[in-house]
Ligand binder design. Structure first.
Ligand SMILES: *[C@@H]1O[C@H](CO)[C@@H](O)[C@H](O)[C@H]1NC(C)=O
Ligand SMILES: *[C@@H]1O[C@H](CO)[C@@H](O)[C@H](O)[C@H]1NC(C)=O
Ligand SMILES: *[C@@H]1O[C@H](CO)[C@@H](O)[C@H](O)[C@H]1NC(C)=O
Ligand SMILES: *[C@@H]1O[C@H](CO)[C@@H](O)[C@H](O)[C@H]1NC(C)=O
Ligand SMILES: *[C@@H]1O[C@H](CO)[C@@H](O)[C@H](O)[C@H]1NC(C)=O
Length: 355
């Protein structure tokens, strides 16, 4: 009788087996400053770094950690809610095969764009092609360390987040110092970006990525810097918002086409543009008090492009939509993340409230 198994024991053994067979599911994140968790802090020549107070003031110890925010990024919050570990920065010196197998990696870099030439004035940043190249290096490294089968399983089961595109406008097309600004018009530039993005997403699929979510752009004409550039008013730059909408429309179409044609792949497009616009238009309805000025600012000496130790902070950071001239606050990111999860029908498995 001792070796006779009850159905419950069999079920438990099966569950254990399945659990083991699934292993750890991790994320690989590609993006710009909205998703950077420290890479640019290791790029010592980069002009886009979140290395000084008051960045990170509402995260962990409150010291700068490389995030261009007071707290968490949208990708932090979405991953948390899905019960996934937070991937460390690719350049974090403590990263090894154990860390990658357990938590994945984040290649996001402030200033990074879909196009190689974007943000060249920042001197150092990882463009999306560069990030994918680094990812290929990670794949080779993991195959050598944990074996091809285990590595392929890790990469095949992982979630991939790609969140890019704002810099291609703000730190390329819209600045006359970049040749793209006089080579293209709005339509041809968006087409150029979307064609490049499609090639990049196909490349990722070819490398084994199967669950890919691309995040569309927000109303980037409403970031404090864009409003300031209008001089005459504090209104959003509608022409910039039109570019974002046009990009979202075409990128969404490309992703739906990839989802329908690529074998065994789930490609999703996360688009909450209209929701973010509503937060900006009706801040009070969403619990904010200010949706036009940065919380961290030098006041009259605007725009200081980054938040600095000399800047003053707003009284209540959870009441501001924008943290600095470019980036939303932790609270705004939280609302954006929750709405994204809702629209992608992603089940929330864990509720973390703190950073
Ligand atoms: C973009 O940069 C990558 C390296 O990061 C390079 O391999 C690729 O050829 C470049 N593409 C273009 C179109 O310049
Ligand atoms: C799709 O997935 C199935 C089951 O995992 C596998 O047998 C098949 O080879 C995959 N097809 C491609 C083209 O990857
Ligand atoms: C909300 O904004 C008003 C006007 O800008 C300001 O007087 C008030 O102190 C703000 N309240 C909070 C909680 O930040
Ligand atoms: C989410 O679920 C709703 C209702 O079931 C459906 O209409 C919608 O297409 C789904 N969205 C996605 C992205 O799967
Ligand atoms: C997370 O919190 C939300 C809102 O409070 C709740 O509806 C949901 O059931 C919670 N989910 C889990 C897994 O605890």
């Amino acid at each position: 009788m001792g070796c006779e198994r009850t159905p419950l024991a069999v079920a438990l053994a099966l569950a254990l087996l399945l659990g083991l067979a699934h292993g750890d599911v991790v994320q690989f994140i590609f993006g710009d400053s909205l998703s950077d968790v420290g890479n640019n802090n290791y790029l010592t020549k980069s002009l886009a770094r979140a290395a000084l107070p008051w960045y990170g003031i509402d995260f962990g110890s409150g010291m700068p950690n490389g995030r261009f925010c007071n707290g968490r990024t949208v990708a932090d919050i979405i991953g948390d809610k899905m019960g996934l570990p937070r991937p460390p920065a690719f350049l974090d010196p403590s990263v090894d095969e154990t860390v990658i197998a357990k938590s994945g990696l984040n290649y996001a870099s402030g200033g990074g764009g879909i196009l190689n030439e974007t943000s060249s004035l920042f001197i150092q940043r990882f463009s999306l092609y560069k990030q994918i190249e680094l990812f290929q290096g990670t794949q080779a490294f993991m195959r050598e360390k944990i074996g091809r089968a285990a590595a392929d399983k890790l990469f095949g089961e992982a979630y991939y987040v790609v969140a890019m595109g704002a810099n291609d406008f703000i730190n390329n097309y819209l600045l006359p110092v970049y040749s793209d600004s006089w080579t293209y018009n709005g339509d041809t530039f968006v087409k150029y970006m979307v064609t490049t993005l499609e090639a990049q997403l196909r490349l990722l699929h070819g490398l084994g990525a199967r669950r890919v979510t691309f995040f569309g752009l927000g109303p980037m004409g409403c970031i404090p810097l864009q409003r300031l550039l209008q001089r005459s008013s504090t209104a959003c730059q509608e022409s910039t918002n039109k570019l974002a909408l046009s990009f979202n429309k075409q990128a969404g179409a490309v992703i739906r086409e990839l989802a329908a044609s690529l074998p065994n792949a789930t490609f999703q497009f996360g688009d909450v543009y209209d929701y973010f616009q509503d937060i900006i238009d009706r801040p009070y309805m969403h619990g904010f008090n200010n949706s036009h000025a940065p919380c961290c600012t030098l006041g009259k000496v605007r725009p200081t492009l980054t938040c600095t130790p000399l800047s003053t902070l707003c009284k209540d950071r959870s009441k501001y939509v924008f943290w600095d001239e470019y980036h939303p606050t932790d609270r705004a990111n939280e609302l954006i993340a929750l709405e994204t999860l809702k629209r992608l029908n992603i089940t929330v498995v864990a509720n973390t409230t703190s950073s």
